[in-house]
Write a protein that binds this ligand. Structure first.
Ligand code: GZL
Length: 360
C-alpha cells in the first residue's frame, strides 16, 4: 500500500534509484533532480548519487522485525538540540509535517535540549511506550549502546538522520540519511579561497565536539585548503558549540587576539551570525572579514544579501519525506543501504536574494 502522493512518489523514485545504484543494479548517475525554482519542491531534500560505497543493504527479514503499518504504529522521533537553531526547528517540523501528510497518527516527539543523557532516556522512554520505529537525530556519535541493545531486543528499527552514530549497520541501526559533511567542508573552503583570492589568515569556529559533523566539516575544510591554497593559513580554531552566543563570544576574543584575521569559517550559520554581531560590535564594516558558513538558514542567506557573509553551503534539515519513505520501503521488504546521502545547494552573492525562499 503506497502512502505517497505524486510529489512523494517522485522522491520515492529518487530513493529507489539511489538504492539501485548502491546495489550496483543501475549505472551510477546523479539522482539529484534539480528542484523547481521557489515553492516547497525547491526545499525538498533530494538524494544524490551515493558518494563512495554505501555498503550492503538491510531488509526487514534480516532484522527479524514484524511488518507494521506506519499509519497506526507508534513512531518515535528523538530531536537532539533545543529548538533555538532554525536547523532544528525546520528538522522537527519536517518530521511532523510528513507524518501528518502520510496519516501517521501516533508520532511521539522528544527533545533532549542538547543534553546527551536526556536523549538516551528520551529514546528509552519511546521504546517503553511501544515505539515500532525510531527516527533519531543523534547529538553525539558515541554512547548509544544501552539504547541499541533495548531496540534490538524488541526488533525496533532505528533510522538515524542528520548525524551518524558509531554502531553496526542492520544490527544496530537501519540506515543513516544525511549530508556528505566532508564535501560540505571542501565546498566551504572553495568559497573561502575565492573570497580571499587564495591568500590570508583564517579562523575556524568549530562545531560542538563529539559528533561526526564537526569532525568531517573540519577535515574537509583543512584538506581542501592544504590541497588548493598554500597561501591561506589557519591561525585560530575554537569551538563555538554550534551556538550563536558562543560564536559571538569566541569571535570577540578572536579579533582581540588575531586583529589581522582575514576570514572566518563557521561550521554552522548560528555561529556565523554570532560572529557578525561581534564584528558589528567591534566597528567592522560588512565584508571587512570574509565569513563562510554551513546550513542555509534564512538569517545567514540574508547575511549574504547584506554583505556580512560571503557564502553558505546548505545542510538541508527537511528529513521527513526521505525518513518515512525509507521506513515504508523497509516495511515493504526492500533492501535499505547503509547510508542515503542528500544533495546540498550553495549560496553566494550571485543567487542569495533570489533563493531566500529556499532557505529555512
Ligand atoms: C547537521 C547538523 C548540525 C547543523 C547545525 O546535520 O547536525 O547541527 O549544521 C546543528 O546547525 O547544530
Amino acid at each position: 500500500m503506497s502512502l505517497f502522493s505524486g510529489r512523494r512518489a517522485r522522491a520515492a523514485a529518487l530513493l529507489a534509484a539511489a538504492v539501485l545504484v548502491a546495489s550496483g543494479c543501475a549505472k551510477s548517475e546523479d539522482t539529484a533532480a534539480s528542484p523547481a525554482p521557489g515553492g516547497s519542491e525547491a526545499q525538498q531534500q533530494v538524494v544524490k548519487t551515493p558518494s563512495g560505497p554505501t555498503g550492503a543493504g538491510c531488509t526487514i527479514a534480516q532484522q527479524g522485525a514484524a511488518k507494521f503499518d506506519l499509519k497506526t504504529a507508534v513512531v518515535g522521533f528523538s530531536q537532539s538540540e533545543k529548538e533555538a537553531n532554525p536547523f532544528r526547528i525546520a528538522e522537527t517540523q519536517s518530521i511532523k509535517d510528513e507524518a501528518a501528510e502520510l496519516g501517521i497518527a501516533n508520532l511521539k516527539v522528544t527533545n533532549a535540549q542538547s543534553q546527551f543523557s536526556k536523549q538516551i532516556s528520551d529514546v528509552q522512554q519511546l521504546i517503553a511506550q511501544g515505539a515500532q520505529l525510531l527516527v533519531i537525530a543523534p547529538l553525539n556519535s558515541d554512547g548509544w549502546e544501552p539504547v541499541l541493545q533495548q531496540a534490538a531486543a524488541k526488533k525496533v528499527p532505528i533510522i538515524t538522520i542528520d548525524r551518524k552514530i558509531n554502531a553496526k549497520h542492520c544490527t544496530d541501526y537501519l540506515t543513516f540519511i544525511g549530508s556528505d559533511f566532508v564535501e560540505q567542508g571542501k565546498r566551504a573552503a572553495d568559497q573561502m579561497i575565492k573570497a580571499l583570492d587564495g591568500r590570508g589568515k583564517v579562523a575556524i569556529l568549530l562545531g560542538a565536539p563529539g559528533n561526526n559533523v564537526t569532525t568531517e566539516r573540519t577535515q574537509g575544510f583543512k584538506d581542501q585548503i592544504a590541497a588548493k591554497a598554500p597561501d591561506i593559513e589557519i591561525t585560530f580554531e575554537q569551538t563555538g558549540e554550534f551556538a550563536r552566543e558562543k560564536g559571538q563570544q569566541v569571535t570577540e576574543q578572536l579579533i582581540q587576539s588575531n586583529p589581522d584575521i582575514d576570514g572566518i569559517y563557521a561550521e554552522n550559520d548560528e555561529m556565523a551570525l554570532g560572529a557578525v554581531t561581534a564584528l558589528k560590535g567591534a566597528g567592522k564594516k560588512a565584508g571587512d572579514i570574509k565569513i563562510v558558513s554551513i546550513d542555509g538558514t534564512r538569517g545567514a542567506v540574508q547575511g549574504i544579501v547584506d554583505g556580512w557573509i560571503y557564502g553558505v553551503v546548505e545542510s538541508n534539515p527537511r528529513f521527513g519525506a526521505l525518513a518515512f519513505e525509507t521506513a515504508q520501503k523497509f516495511i515493504d521488504g526492500e533492501s535499505i543501504p547503509e547510508k542515503v546521502i542528500i544533495a546540498d545547494r550553495e549560496y553566494d552573492e550571485s543567487n542569495a536574494k533570489d533563493s531566500l525562499s529556499q532557505a529555512y
